[in-house]
Design a protein around this ligand. Sequence first.
Ligand SMILES: Nc1ncnc2c1ncn2[C@@H]1O[C@H](COP(=O)(O)OP(=O)(O)O)[C@@H](O)[C@H]1O
Ligand SMILES: [Mg+2]
Length: 289
Amino acid sequence: MNADEPIMSRTLPKALSADARQAGTKNAAAAADDIALALARHLRDREELLFTSRSISIGEMASTLAHEINQPVGTIVNVLRGVSARLARLPVAAEHQAQLDDLHQGLKLALDQAQFAGRIVGRIREFTQARQPEHKPLDLRALALECVALLDWEFTRQGVPVATEMPVPFWVVGDTVMLQQVVVNLLRNALQAHRGLPAQQAQVVLRLQALGEAEVELAIVDQGCGISGSAEGKLFVPFQSSKPDGMGIGLNICRSFVELHQGRLWFTHNPAPPGGCTFHLALRTTAAG
Ligand SMILES: Nc1ncnc2c1ncn2[C@@H]1O[C@H](COP(=O)(O)OP(=O)(O)O)[C@@H](O)[C@H]1O
Ligand SMILES: [Mg+2]
């Protein structure tokens, strides 16, 4: 392109240049208005097109990633199962039994995590194939206990004890994987809120109780750093994280999932000491499944 060409014909696409030529017959002010309007329209259309194509590519990327990740995750699950089975058949001297039990325990943990990852990936694939979330009766107590078991190792490693106060089961209707993701996210946030605090202060409690006539509430109570007034407003805003390794989308996803279940998710401050905060998840109950 010639650098001496008028700016207008360099920046405007062909159709617009034609507009501009046509506009030459009108008076100069009206022509300038027409061109400005056409240019604005063109820029807006291009922006919308860009946004749409970006959303489509993100959808495609998610679906491709889910497909690709599914393969190695499946292999990991199979390998872990195979190793577990072989270990179980090994003749072992009594003095080595305790070590073998440790190995089994480690393998089981790894297998649980790999299967959990597999279910998340499976769920992403279902999403991208536009399937509806499942709606079936599930025991929220069993689900919460499974989430605690999934993160047990992380809690132990960080020296944060977890206690559960869930005397009776509560049945709700929903999607197991989505609700599992919500509880795991909330538990992980509670755990991370203890980073850098004195070990004796650390404690996370999961409490399951009836809320009125028709709801059950799962409360995740921590004694972590708490949430400051300024952080409160940004809590559910995507990509807002106070952690160096945080993505800041966990709570946002949690809330969408909970709302899909016609449930509620909110938080309260715990009185100091020891402080910290409580995340509350409320879901409608159903008859035992
Ligand atoms: N239990 C909690 N205690 C203190 N702060 C919390 C807690 N849960 C969430 N937050 C705050 O909310 C922010 C957003 O959380 P989240 O959406 O899960 O993203 P991420 O964990 O990746 O930062 C966190 O960075 C943290 O500042
Ligand atoms: Mg998080």
